[in-house]
Ligand binder design. Structure first.
Ligand SMILES: [Fe+2]
Ligand SMILES: [Fe+2]
Length: 281
């Protein structure tokens, strides 16, 4: 049996929910429209999600000789990631209609596209799959935290839909990782290095460009500086402090290392504690 067929809940159409099903007309505007940090975060998330399409094309080229991977990336992963971006974009446009989303996105994508090259992919297949798992861990935990934070019901529905997709993405990439690593036998040191590298790239490069172009359009008279970027990150951390699921992040990360179940279970609370210390400092 192929890897993809194992996930019987993957719907035939490739999407588990549809943008048209989201009741945008029922948004409780009063609960969100004054939340400047949420505005920035949702806009930036919409940019990065839509830009996944470029990364998807690189993945399809990188894994061109694996029909299972190619079919899942282009038939499921790519359309789902783009739908995440479209749903967030529609939400931003409904709540903050004066923001010229397209103008900011065009500037962002021009800056971002040259960075989404094959060169950013890990040459070893197992390591690229581990890196993908790390990115999905980041998004799954981010949307979990956001879902617990947001009180506006329509946003909550969108965020939880996205979160469920991201967890499923992790599971698929994890299967692919296991298959490739059975052949490549990467050690814990190489895997851990890859995970740390990918975590740093995601946190800094993608987020930096997204906030830069959000800020440039939102505050056209103010040049975007490193201090602004740090401020956005700090506000994001503040927002997530109460709701970020550290044990979930630790569990998803530790699963990628070759550890026996007892060691992994014993390590999870310690890693969760450390991650809290690092991310929330
Ligand atoms: Fe996504
Ligand atoms: Fe994803």
């Amino acid at each position: 049996m192929g890897l993809v067929e194992d996930f019987e809940h993957v719907s035939a159409g490739g999407l588990h929910w549809k943008l048209e099903e989201i009741p945008f007309a029922r948004i409780d505007l009063g609960r969100v429209k004054d939340d400047a940090q949420l505005f920035a975060m949702l806009t930036c998330a919409s940019f990065v999600e839509i830009a996944s399409d470029l990364y998807g094309r690189n993945l399809v080229t990188h894994f061109a000789d694996n029909a299972d991977v190619v079919a899942w990336i282009s038939g499921h992963w790519q359309p789902e990631e783009v739908q995440h971006g479209r749903a967030l974009k529609a939400y931003v446009k409904a709540v903050w209609p004066d923001f010229p989303w397209a103008e900011a996105f065009d500037a962002f994508i021009q800056d971002y596209a040259p960075t989404a090259t094959q060169a950013h992919l890990e040459p070893r297949r197992a390591l690229e799959m581990a890196a993908r798992c790390m990115v999905e861990t980041g998004t799954a935990t981010f949307y979990t935290a956001l879902g617990a934070h947001c009180e506006e019901p329509v946003l909550r529905q969108i965020v939880l839909n996205i979160r469920n997709d991201e967890i499923r993405h992790y599971k698929h990439f994890y299967r692919f990782f296991k298959d490739y690593n059975a052949l490549e036998r990467q050690g814990n040191a190489a895997i851990a290095r890859t995970l740390v590298k990918r975590m740093a790239i995601t946190r800094n490069e993608d987020a930096y460009l997204a906030y830069k172009h959000f800020h440039a359009v939102r505050y056209p008279r103010e040049a975007f500086t490193d201090a602004h970027f740090q401020q956005y990150l700090e506000r994001g951390r503040r927002l997530a402090r109460r709701t970020y699921p550290f044990p979930m992040a630790a569990k998803m990360t530790l699963r990628l290392l070759n550890l026996n179940t007892r060691v992994r279970t014993a390590l999870t609370p310690a890693v969760a504690f450390l991650a809290r210390g690092i991310l929330m400092r």
